[in-house]
Structure formats: structure tokens, C-alpha cells
Design a binder for this molecule. Structure first.
Ligand SMILES: [Zn+2]
Length: 322
């Protein structure tokens, strides 16, 4: 019997987007570490014979200095996804016009620079909204990968109602729709969004540990390994075990700083976790990949999408009104 699939994807957050999120001055000049990080990560992935999905930020593709590195990723055979243009974690507040412009702008420049046309999207900081899903479906995107099923669902509901001007009746009306929506949002396994235009969009959540709903992507594992590498392996073993008994094919998330240390990216040496050397991070990454590879067929998001759609039998979740 063939092993279940596990997709690997890396959110290509650049130096400036880390600085922007952390409110560090100087991000406005868009400092970049792609010249250091890209050759590094491509070498590591090549050593492991892995092909993954890189979710690229449009703004990075807009700079000539980055073109070579972004092209190198595509030419090495990796898959390319859309990670927005300006990488704002408040993407969910965008109007339809702003959302459409944002997705289009990122899509066009990423396609132009890498030669690959993204079919999937991940929101910055897991930001999402019904508008986002409809814009992606309108654009013919195959999947969204912006959800992290933890406790975000109830918060989203609270937020939705607190910002709305709905009458009591309208709220009653929406309660059910939103109930279905947030149920969908809590799902660990992939499912199909259905828009009001009857379009479909596959949702592939970033997998959290089944039952416990706690993240186990590489940043977390790295954090635990700082306490004890035995504990990290135990934690990972539990996650693998729970994925297997619940028949969950994981979507496993990576970030640049999971794979490179402050010894190479000196400008971010003061960031949490950057005291760990690149060598140690790569060693841990390889250990984790070896372990995951024993239980799963490691693939990119495209491979994951194909296997999900081939299997069929997906749950449908209605996208609510905005
Ligand atoms: Zn990001």
C-alpha cells in the first residue's frame, strides 16, 4: 500500500516582512535576504531530493534584484504559490476591489518573474475572509491554504458580528450560515468551499495536531527542540500517530527562519530563534523530514491537491455573505 501524502510549503517571508510584522524600523526600504536564503534552501532541498511549494510575496518579485533568485526556485522544479503582494496581516479587512487588485497584482508579477502561474494562495498571517475566497474562485484558483484550525473560528465569529450593522433578524439568519462557515473553518482535513456563484475552491488547512489542535509545523518543532530534542521527537511522533489514525494527510508549513540562523542572516540575528545556527536548523529539518518521509509521501501542494481531488468525497462548506 502506498503511503499517505504530506505536502510541504514554505511561506517566502522576506527580511522586510518580518520587520514589518514586528514593527521594526527600516522595512520600508524592503531589505532582502533572498540572495542568501534562496541558494541555501535550494541546496538543502536538493540534498533531500524534495520538491516543495514556495508561496511568494508579489512585492519581492517586483524588484529586479530578486528576479534571479525567484527564477532559480522555479527552475529547480519547485511549485509556486501566491502569498499576496504587500503581505499585510489585515488582508481580511480589504474591500472586494482592494482584494481583487491585491491578488491580481501579486499573481501577475509572480507569473512574469518565475514563469509559473500560481493556482493556490496563502494569506499573510493566516488572514482570510469570504471576500478572499470569492475573489480566488473568480480568478480560477484551485485552492486556498490560509487556514490554521486552532481556536481562530470562534474569534472570527465574534469579530464578524462585532463589526456588522446587522439587525437581530439578519444575525439569526447569518448565525446558521456562519455556523457552517466556522465549522468548516475548524476542519482539519481538506474540504470544498462553495461560493454563491456555485464555484468551488479547495481548502487545504495547515495541519495542526488532530484532537489537540495544536500546531506542529517546523517553527514549533524548532522551539521544542531548544528545550530538548527528545521532546521534539516525542511531540512529532504523537502528531504523526494522530494524523495516521484520523487519516489526515498533513499540510506541513515551513518558514525561511526555520532553516537559516543569525550566523548567515546577521541583520535578523536579534530575532527569536536566530541564535540557533544554520547548521543546527538544517540538521533538525533533515531529521524531521526523514521521520515524516518514513510515514508519508512528501510532495508539494500540487501533488497534494491532485491526490485529494482524485480521492473525491469532500465535504462542502458554504461561503457566507460578506
Ligand atoms: Zn507570510
Amino acid at each position: 500500500m502506498s503511503k499517505p501524502y504530506l505536502s510541504l510549503s514554505l511561506d517566502m517571508d522576506n527580511q522586510w516582512s518580518y520587520m514589518k510584522i514586528h514593527g521594526e524600523e527600516g522595512w520600508e526600504s524592503y531589505p532582502s535576504y533572498l540572495d542568501i536564503f534562496v541558494p541555501h534552501v535550494l541546496k538543502v532541498l536538493d540534498e533531500l531530493n524534495l520538491k516543495i511549494t514556495f508561496f511568494i510575496v508579489g512585492q519581492d518579485a517586483a524588484f529586479d534584484k530578486n528576479h534571479k533568485y525567484l527564477r532559480d526556485i522555479a527552475e529547480a522544479g519547485h511549485d509556486i504559490g501566491n502569498h499576496s503582494f504587500v503581505h499585510e496581516t489585515w488582508l481580511h479587512l480589504y474591500s472586494r476591489e482592494e482584494m481583487t487588485a491585491e491578488i491580481d497584482k501579486a499573481h501577475n508579477i509572480i507569473e512574469k518573474v518565475t514563469g509559473k502561474s500560481p493556482t493556490g494562495f496563502r494569506g499573510p498571517g493566516f488572514s482570510w475572509s469570504p471576500t478572499l475566497l470569492e475573489v480566488l474562485a473568480d480568478k480560477g484558483y484551485v485552492y486556498d491554504a490560509s487556514t490554521l484550525p486552532t481556536v481562530i473560528g470562534p474569534l472570527a465569529r465574534l469579530y464578524y458580528f462585532s463589526t456588522s450593522n446587522l439587525s437581530k433578524e439578519e444575525k439569526e439568519d447569518r448565525k446558521e450560515i456562519f455556523g457552517k462557515f466556522s465549522d468548516g473553518f475548524k476542519k482539519l482535513k481538506p474540504y470544498l468551499w462553495k461560493t454563491k456563484k456555485d464555484q468551488q475552491l479547495l481548502e487545504i488547512p495547515v495541519t495542526t495536531m488532530p484532537v489537540f489542535r495544536i500546531p506542529f509545523h517546523l517553527s514549533y518543532l524548532l522551539y521544542i527542540s531548544n528545550i530538548s530534542s527528545h521532546l521534539m521527537i516525542l511531540y512529532l511522533n504523537i502528531a504523526i500517530f494522530l494524523c495516521k489514525i484520523t487519516k489526515t494527510q498533513p499540510s506541513f508549513l515551513l518558514h525561511p527562519l526555520d532553516l537559516i540562523g543569525g550566523d548567515q542572516i546577521t541583520s535578523l540575528a536579534f530575532f527569536p530563534g536566530m541564535n540557533i545556527s544554520s547548521d543546527r536548523k538544517v540538521l533538525i529539518f533533515k531529521k524531521v523530514m526523514k521521520k515524516l518521509g518514513k510515514h508519508f509521501t512528501l510532495t508539494d501542494m500540487n501533488g497534494h491537491v491532485e491526490s485529494i481531488l482524485a480521492k473525491g468525497n469532500l465535504k462542502n462548506v458554504t461561503v457566507p455573505k460578506n
